[in-house]
Design a binder for this molecule. Structure first.
Ligand SMILES: [Zn+2]
Length: 182
């Protein structure tokens, strides 16, 4: 229970912080002055990055940065987790995993926006490059597909690890079973 609450808390922190970091860094990349940033859900205002004097294309990319950057960051964190996390204690391992998913889950946002008809973070980018309906749908679905792929990889990794643990435990179990039969 404690672990589940902790995991949820990390996701709730990493998700908006990663999202705003994406806006913030993209604004920095375009040399757009950022006036104010709220990183978490605990601030006076909802998580947001306030900026001024941005061109139309900068605005489109700053909005999209809130999706692309945290999703990429999350995938990198999770790839590192797949490669290295066996070496750290269990609690840190879980923290690390939740941090990765907290960032990566930003990739699901545009698909949700598309499904619910809300204004999406990728809309301006689609308008900027005059994308057709199919391309717009592809643009919105692509981050989700990336999230699903990395989730599948993590799931497969866990499954394989469990199988390995079972196999390690098996010889003792079967020896016991054999001796009890005698
Ligand atoms: Zn945003």
């Amino acid at each position: 229970m404690f672990t589940a609450v902790g995991a949820l808390a990390i996701i709730m922190i990493a998700l908006p912080a990663g999202h705003e970091l994406g806006h913030y860094l993209t604004a920095q990349g375009f040399h757009v002055p950022v006036e104010d940033t709220t990183w978490t859900l605990l601030g006076r205002t909802p998580p947001s990055v306030q900026y001024r004097d941005a061109s139309v294309s900068a605005q489109a990319w700053i909005a999209a940065g809130g999706v692309f950057l945290p999703t990429t960051l999350g995938v990198l964190v999770l790839l590192l987790w797949l490669r290295l996390s066996a070496k750290v204690p269990r609690a840190i391992r879980l923290l690390w995993l939740m941090l990765g998913f907290g960032y990566a889950l930003n990739g699901a946002g545009p698909t949700l926006d598309l499904a619910t008809g809300r204004f999406s973070h990728l809309q301006r980018l689609a308008e900027l490059y005059h994308l057709g309906r199919v391309e717009v749908a592809g643009l919105h679905l692509a981050p989700l597909v990336v999230v699903l792929c990395i989730t599948g990889l993590v799931g497969f990794h866990q499954f394989r690890e469990r199988l390995r643990d079972q196999k390690r435990a098996e010889p003792i179990g079967s020896a016991n079973a054999a001796s009890s039969r005698r």
